[in-house]
Design a protein around this ligand. Structure first.
Ligand SMILES: NCc1[nH]cc(CCC(=O)O)c1CC(=O)O
Length: 310
């Protein structure tokens, strides 16, 4: 037996079509690296998948989607969990690590409608559905005459609700639509100016137990240092400001060679107040740039906004 290549890796995954796509994607990449390895998926339902009738912010936020997966890693039923980085809490549970931050598809939000070409095209009073306070706050700020309402459920559910006419348009992550081959649904990708993306949106992360050094070594080739620098800066903003609960907060980093440019905002859900800031620096200082940006947001009034949200 050659200990330097894996024989079997089990991936714990949620069972939504998007989660399964992401797990299959990592499975394919692992098979490319280790053709002799048996890579299996273990599908699981999480609390976040079961609670569909309330906004996520009200039921405990991001951790809801990963606790059951971590339990499977603890039990040894699975070796790794594949996550959308957007859904990974800012503090990883003790005993676990993000073994790598992998590919990033589109980080942007997408405008989807059967009736209108863009948000600007929508008449006053028409209804936009979105699942996040971040999207809601930005849409309300730019288009105060639209009716922005909550929209939960996996991608297929959200699109069905749109098609049934419960909403005139919806805004959701472009990456999810692209992964499921529904690019043609995207009427317009919203620019970072129109809708600053969520921390980590579009990027994949792989979690495992920290006491699995051989597994960490096997996963290392899937790490993408550029994506990781961007996501590290974005996550630092959220960690410095937010703690655990879901906030109307966005942070988005771009890389130009070694230069990292980070933008962020915190808002009230109705968009009536928004603190914005930007920072740039060396990619190697990603974490520090994120923390500095969070400080600047505080100086711009983020503190009062956060206090109002409590
Ligand atoms: N919150 C759910 C979720 N988690 C990851 C994605 C999309 C894919 C990604 O961001 O990687 C979505 C759907 C959405 O926000 O519309």
């Amino acid at each position: 037996m050659n200990p330097s290549t894996p024989e079997r890796i089990v991936i714990a995954t949620r069972e939504s079509r998007l989660a399964l796509w992401q797990a299959e994607h990592i499975r394919a990449r692992l098979l490319q690296l280790y053709p002799a390895c048996q890579v299996e998926l273990l599908g699981m339902t999480t609390r976040g998948d079961r609670i569909l009738d309330r906004p996520l912010a009200k039921v405990g936020g991001k951790g809801l989607f990963i606790k059951e997966l971590e339990t499977a890693l603890l039990d040894g039923r699975a070796d790794i969990a594949v996550h959308s980085m957007k859904d990974v809490p800012m503090a990883i549970e003790p005993g676990f690590v993000l073994a790598c931050i992998s590919d990033r598809d589109s980080p942007f939000d997408a405008f989807v409608s059967n009736r209108y070409e863009s948000l600007a095209d929508m008449p006053p009073g028409t209804v936009v559905g979105t699942s996040s306070l971040r999207r809601q706050s930005q849409i309300c700020a730019r288009h105060p005459y639209l009716a922005v309402t909550s929209l939960r459920g996996n991608l297929d559910t959200r699109l069905r609700k749109l098609d049934e006419g419960q909403y005139d348009a919806i805004v959701l992550a472009e990456a999810g639509l692209r992964r499921l081959g529904m690019d043609e649904r995207v009427r317009a990708a919203l620019t970072a100016e129109e809708s600053l993306p969520a921390v980590g949106q579009g990027a994949l992360g792989i979690e495992c137990r920290e006491d699995r050094p051989e597994l960490l070594a096997w996963l290392a080739p899937l790490h993408d240092a550029s994506v990781a620098a961007r996501v590290t800066a974005e996550r630092a903003v959220s960690r410095a400001l937010a703690g655990s609960c879901e906030l109307p907060l966005g942070a988005y980093a771009e890389l130009d060679g070694e230069r990292l440019w980070l933008r962020g905002f915190v808002a009230l859900p109705d968009g009536s107040r928004i603190a914005r800031a930007e920072r740039s620096g060396r990619a190697g200082d990603a974490e520090a740039i994120g923390l500095a940006l969070a400080e600047e947001l505080r100086a711009q009034g983020a503190e009062e906004i956060l206090a109002a949200l409590d």
